[in-house]
Design a protein around this ligand. Structure first.
Ligand code: FAD
Length: 463
């Protein structure tokens, strides 16, 4: 039972990586800390449960990282993927702090493992959690509990008392209980699971989006904070979105529904037309654009079509591919126009130029005289059986957030720093990610700003 009679030093709202990093960091400097997690205990940990790795700068190879990854290289990568839509000072601060996180996270009990092979090729830049995100979270929870952090589940915060930039109390849970604290850390994720909110920006197509992670990130905290005067940051339509199996559940399908095989075939819409260069660049740099591309297609559906020669080249997904002995029969199973799909595949095959196929590099297998082109890994689709995966936009997380400074302190709409409110993780990711994504950076944002937010909130509570 949460002690509602006392004033806590730090109230952390959320139960994922950012929240736990904040809670541990605050508790380690002596603050009393209460964590309110909206989800039931079994589903605790939001999107963090689905993660596999995080990206941190480091000067040399480690036991689990195959080589150095300098701050400058990290910054170059971030600049490229965001196309400059990032707060440079804050992003560079995060990158420099990420070096310490590489030691700090294992000190909280989390273990890393060497990267295995796979389409994302992240062995030098990203640290993989032994046992994945759930295992990582379990360690953070154990550590937090061991330190004396109080945790309540089924405790969605539904109201906030904020007066002139000063947090006073929060109301949570079905019984609408109220709790006071000297400082607040908001680490309650984005609003990706709130389809009605997504529809405000995307319109009816948002009904066809699948949400890759937790149904509990409904943006309740984000909305309340903005309504109470906190400055928002980021374009509400920007998000991390990949192509996932259209048969995936509406929420929480996780990593096993993602389809990385589109570089090996072609992608057509429901008119059986191609619409984007499937071989534009190496997969880690392109996988996160395909959610938006499919979202822009009629009915928000597309089909990855490939042949027997590619079947064993990629990570299998939860669902088997749809299979047929001919392209026309495949079209029938997909409910596409057989003539149209046949014509698209024939036109593609005719445009393929000879080359040496190598899926580890930007090879010379490309098309000529076709729009859109396929710039690499273009091979004729001609060996039966033929296969297809239906795909829909899979929303990972949204970028609209609360603006923060280097202390992870929220800024108010008039530019003043909030008196006692801090934010970490997805809820402020838009400060760093104006658009685009580099694999593993979601966890960096949560860990770095979570650790800072906890420390700063604890210091604030003492003053
Ligand atoms: C399938 C998938 C795979 C991913 N893989 C990676 C990866 O390998 N590496 C990487 O860096 N990133 C990855 N990400 C992104 C990553 O999950 C997030 O960036 C990161 O987990 C965000 O951490 P967070 O603590 O901010 O949010 P979350 O972990 O989502 O936690 C938010 C928490 O807030 C709680 N909450 C929400 N509203 C309220 C409320 N009103 N009151 C109380 N609690 C509330 C939720 O229940 C949840 O526990 C992946 C995401 C998905 C969906």
């Amino acid at each position: 039972m949460v002690d509602l009679s006392r004033d806590w030093d730090v109230l952390v709202v959320g139960g994922g990586n950012a929240a736990l990093c904040a809670a541990i960091s605050a508790r380690r400097v002596g603050a009393s800390v209460l964590v309110l997690e909206g989800a039931p205990k079994f589903y605790r940990g939001g999107n963090t449960r689905h993660t596999r790795n995080m990206r941190c700068a480091h000067d040399s190879a480690t036991e689990t990282l195959s080589g150095p990854y300098s701050e400058e290289e990290f910054w170059d990568d971030l600049l490229r993927v965001t196309e400059g839509h990032t707060d440079e000072a804050l992003a560079k601060h995060m990158i420099s702090q990420s070096k310490e996180i590489l030691d700090w996270i294992p000190r909280q009990g989390v273990r890393f493992q060497p990267s295995l092979g796979g389409t994302l090729s992240l062995g030098r830049t990203n640290s993989f959690f032994l046992g994945g995100g759930r295992s990582m979270l379990n360690q953070l929870y154990l550590t937090a509990e061991g330190l004396g952090v109080e945790i309540a589940y089924d405790a969605e915060v539904v109201d906030l008392d904020v007066q002139d930039g000063m947090f006073l109390s929060a109301t949570f849970g079905a019984e609408r209980r109220s709790v006071r604290a000297r400082t607040l850390v908001a680490a309650a994720g984005g609003f990706e699971a709130n389809i009605e909110w997504l529809k405000q920006y995307w319109g009816p197509p948002a009904d066809n989006f699948l949400i890759r992670g937790t149904p509990y990130n409904r943006g309740t905290m984000l909305k309340m904070l903005i309504e109470r005067g906190v400055q928002q940051v980021g374009d509400p339509t920007q998000c991390h979105a990949v192509a996932i199996d259209a048969r995936a559940p509406k929420f929480d399908g996780g990593i096993i529904t993602r389809l990385d095989c589109l570089v090996f075939g072609i992608v057509v819409n429901r008119d059986a037309q191609r619409f984007y260069d499937e071989g534009e660049d190496i997969w880690p740099k392109r996988y996160a654009i395909w959610g938006r591309l499919v979202a822009a297609q009629p009915g928000q559906i597309a089909y990855i079509v490939f042949d027997a020669s590619s079947l064993r080249l990629f990570m299998p997904s939860l669902y088997p591919p749809i299979q047929a002995p001919s392209i026309r029969e495949l079209a029938g199973k997909l409910e596409l126009d057989p003539d149209a799909l046949d014509a698209t595949v024939n036109a593609f095959n005719a445009a393929v130029r000879p080359g040496t196929f190598n899926d580890k590099i930007l090879d010379d297998c490309r098309t000529e005289g076709i729009v859109p082109p396929k710039s690499h890994w273009a091979r004729r689709i001609e060996t039966a059986p033929f296969y297809a995966y239906p795909v829909r936009p899979g929303i990972t997380f949204t970028y609209l957030g609360t603006r923060v400074n280097k202390e992870a302190r929220m800024l108010m709409q008039d530019g003043r720093p909030a008196a006692n409110m801090f934010a970490a993780g997805e809820i402020m990711a838009g400060n760093v990610l104006g658009r685009g994504y580099a694999a593993g950076i979601g966890m960096t944002i949560g860990s770095v700003f979570g650790r800072i937010a906890g420390r700063e909130a604890a210091a604030n509570a003492r003053n």
